[in-house]
Design a protein around this ligand. Structure first.
Ligand SMILES: Cc1cc2nc3c(=O)[nH]c(=O)nc-3n(C[C@H](O)[C@H](O)[C@H](O)COP(=O)(O)OP(=O)(O)OC[C@H]3O[C@@H](n4cnc5c(N)ncnc54)[C@H](O)[C@@H]3O)c2cc1C
Length: 385
């Protein structure tokens, strides 16, 4: 029997922020006696922190992309593109629609989240440009922009962004540059619809106010405290019955669970995210971790944010090894306060830390430095060992 038969299978499903960091760490420190297998729905993973900057023309599209095939290869891991159908928990096997099953000794699930569409009639209309899958967002947006401008002809193109979290606000700020790159010097009208009374849920009031004021200063019409309940051709119907005319709608609502998570036979929270212990292991007694947006820490749920997904990376790497060796697992301790930086698309950013709000060019420089540093880890130009 060859030695490879005895290798333990460490399988990562969904190579977003956390799992990508495990692959990166594997390049220098593989878990002895183990084989790493990366299962993903696409060969490129997109770093959301830079997407608004790509819209604004501050980065190339490649700057926000991680080539998973090459990253896996650089780590000596196997990359498996595939459409997962389910998991046989007792046999520890991943089942696919389109390929052979994969056995695992330990599994990490990190397939992220999707924008919520619950309670919205017609939200699956394919004319809506959903922020996810992020890999195809720019292409879908460009196609819809051209269609919308043809329909608008002589008047301004009316673009509506649904969802006023940090992502939706950044898109509203950064969108004009992208529109002008695609359509030339057209007139656009931007409207942002947000069901909450304040923007950027989870932020302090001074941040909410500053983000809203800056959006209004850049010409965005704000519709607050009402939700979209129905999508109709050319219109969005709001919870108070008002109709908002739109040529193009971008769907950037808060995180909902990918439906497959609730079908795995593992405990989920009320939104369908998988419940985990502080160690990131599922609450059921299985050799499975859940990281990033896909998981909810049962004792200390955190907002669905890339910051947490990134910080979970080193803990996950260590716990994968510990679980295989039967050693006690480490707990992930989420920080209550984290630095938030919102790209306003004009070489500035609005920041918040520990209840303080600030703004300026230096905030953008800081955000740029943080995001570039994160992505540099996945640069494959440097020797790995
Ligand atoms: C525009 C925007 C800007 C944002 N900016 C920030 C920010 O500045 N700071 C911050 O903290 N948070 C930010 N967020 C939130 C942040 O994007 C998420 O919290 C973060 O992406 C979660 O990381 P993740 O690894 O769980 O998921 P993701 O980064 O979404 O990664 C999941 C991966 O799994 C893959 N996948 C999905 N489904 C499957 C499947 N069925 N099979 C296999 N693979 C699958 C996806 O292709 C993807 O590569 C932003 C969100 C948006 C929309």
């Amino acid at each position: 029997m060859s030695s490879s038969v005895q290798l333990r299978h460490v399988v990562l499903w969904g190579i977003g922020h956390t799992n990508a960091l495990v692959v990166r760490a594997w390049r220098d420190h593989p878990i002895p006696g183990s084989r790493l297998i990366c299962v993903a729905d696409a060969s490129i993973s997109t770093y959301s922190g830079m997407l608004p900057g790509v819209l604004a023309g501050q980065y190339s599209r490649q700057a926000m992309q991680i080539d998973l095939d090459r990253l896996s290869e650089s780590a000596g891991a196997e990359f498996v593109p595939g459409d997962l159908r389910g998991i046989d928990l007792d046999s520890r096997v991943l089942l696919f629609e389109d390929r052979e099953r994969i056995e695992f000794d330990v599994l990490s699930i990190g397939i992220g989240s999707v924008p919520s569409r619950s309670g919205v009639v017609g939200a699956d209309d394919d004319r809506i440009v959903s922020i996810k899958p992020m890999l195809t967002f720019l292409d879908r947006l460009a196609i819809r922009l051209i269609e919308a401008s043809n329909a608008a002809r002589v008047r301004a193109v009316r673009i509506t962004i649904v969802g006023g979290g940090a992502g939706g606000a950044e898109i509203a700020f950064c969108l004009p540059a992208f529109v002008h790159r695609i359509l030339g010097n057209v007139l656009i009208e931007r409207t942002l619809i947000h069901e909450g009374e304040t923007l950027v849920t989870g932020s302090v009031a001074s941040t909410n106010i500053r983000v809203q004021r800056r959006l209004e200063q850049t010409g965005v019409t704000m519709v607050m405290g009402r939700r979209v309940t129905r999508v109709e051709p050319g219109h969005l119907i709001l919870s108070d019955g008002q109709s908002v005319e739109t040529d193009l709608t971008i769907w950037a609502t808060g995180a909902a669970a990918p439906p497959i998570l609730a079908r795995l036979g593992l405990p989920v929270d009320e939104r369908g995210f998988l419940l985990t212990r502080p160690t990131l292991q599922v609450v059921a007694d299985r050799p499975i971790f859940v990281v990033g947006d896909s998981g909810t820490l049962i004792e200390s749920p955190t907002p669905k944010a890339g910051v947490h997904a990134v910080r979970q990376g080193p803990i996950l790497r260590e716990n994968l090894a510990r679980l295989l060796d039967g050693r006690p697992l480490l707990a992930y301790q989420p920080q209550k306060s984290f630095l938030r930086l919102i790209n306003t698309g004009d070489g500035r950013a609005i920041g918040e830390y520990r209840g303080y709000t600030f703004e300026g060019r230096w905030c953008w420089s800081l955000k740029d430095w943080i995001d570039r540093r994160f992505m540099e880890q996945f640069s494959l130009n440097r020797p790995s060992r």
